[in-house]
Design a protein around this ligand. Structure first.
Ligand SMILES: Cc1cc2nc3c(=O)[nH]c(=O)nc-3n(C[C@H](O)[C@H](O)[C@H](O)COP(=O)(O)OP(=O)(O)OC[C@H]3O[C@@H](n4cnc5c(N)ncnc54)[C@H](O)[C@@H]3O)c2cc1C
Length: 288
């Protein structure tokens, strides 16, 4: 196996251009499992761990730019205030050891429909920054995923970062698994409230071939909140409206039956998660 260790981002891009089949490795929590189980034995590996820019984050205009190799542990410790839904999702990833190594860049690289970082990125309309020797482009997270474990990233590209607007209101994330910890999502849901634009964002995980958005549910509840002037009065959302939001979220799923759960169970669970996330986030807003 050829093992490449670039010290800079431009060196990494040149290596990826020279070896388009090379497998980048960040935390290795997906790559090493595949190698250990002999599912995939790449001829060339590009180790990204020496590129310091990749592990940095900071403001860029109105958004936060987070390097692809920032770990979940650091996201939780350093970005919980700016990116609460992503931090909540990060808390549910694996174990402390996995969160110490695993990165959102790696989650995006694998592009599993069950990746826990994806629903918050979709709900927040994040951008994924991709780099190659030909240049840099930014793809909306909502367009990044094109199928199960397939993304818009080209073979000559690496993921540099993702860009997210910092939270301007309450956010939530909830996940159903077959046990309480160290578990791949049976399904998950992220919700963002934006009291400034009066928009509601959603992201659904593990209930379709890609992470999904519940557009009708978003529009329905934004309409209700507007009509009832609820952003101003901070009144409660009725149970029937919460239930309807959940039903519309479930209708946006495209689940399958698999070893972790049936399609029917996933639809039902998404409706419950969506209702709960909206209820919790709205209560946070009312109290703020
Ligand atoms: C025990 C265990 C529990 C887990 N639990 C969860 C969980 O609860 N939720 C969850 O979502 N995931 C979970 N995972 C999966 C894994 O931890 C995550 O997907 C993690 O985000 C991968 O990050 P990484 O840095 O380790 O990626 P790596 O393994 O280094 O890479 C993953 C993929 O992304 C590519 N890649 C990495 N960085 C880049 C880059 N900068 N540019 C282009 N491609 C890149 C790699 O080539 C590879 O294809 C678990 C894994 C294990 C082993």
């Amino acid at each position: 196996m050829r093992f490449l260790q670039p010290a800079t981002w431009s060196e990494a891009l040149e290596m990826k251009a020279a070896y388009p089949d090379a497998r980048p490795i960040a935390g290795g929590t997906d790559v090493m499992v595949e190698i250990n189980l002999d599912r995939n034995r790449p001829a060339t590996i590009i180790d990204l761990s020496r590129i310091s820019d990749l592990a940095e984050w900071g403001p860029e205009g109105a958004v936060v730019r987070v390097g692809a190799a920032v770990t979940y542990t650091r996201l939780i410790a350093e970005l919980s205030d700016r990116l609460p839904a992503l931090a909540l999702a990060s808390r549910t990833v694996g174990s402390p050891q996995i969160r110490n190594r695993g990165t959102v860049g790696g989650n995006l690289g694998t592009a599993s429909p069950a990746g826990d970082a994806h629903p918050p990125l979709v709900a927040q309309d994040a951008l994924v920054e991709l780099g190659s020797t030909a240049g840099t482009r930014r793809v909306p997270a909502r367009d990044f995923f094109v199928g199960p474990k397939r993304s818009a990233k080209r073979a000559d590209e690496l993921i540099a970062a993702f860009l997210v607007p910092p939270a301007s209101g309450p956010q939530q994330f909830a996940k159903v698994g077959t046990r309480n910890a160290m578990v791949i999502a049976v399904c998950s849901f992220a919700l963002t409230l934006n009291p400034v634009t009066r928009q509601v964002g959603t992201g659904i995980g593990s209930a379709g071939p890609t992470p999904l958005r519940a557009v009708e549910a978003e529009e329905f509840i934004a309409g209700v909140l507007h009509e009832q002037q609820a952003w101003e009065t901070r009144q409660r959302i009725s149970d029937s409206m919460l239930r309807r939001f959940g039903e519309l979220a479930a209708a946006a799923t495209r689940p399958i039956d698999d070893v972790r759960g049936t399609a029917d169970y996933r639809r039902q669970a998404v409706s419950v998660l969506a209702r709960r996330c909206l209820g919790w986030a709205w209560e946070d807003y009312r109290r703020s």
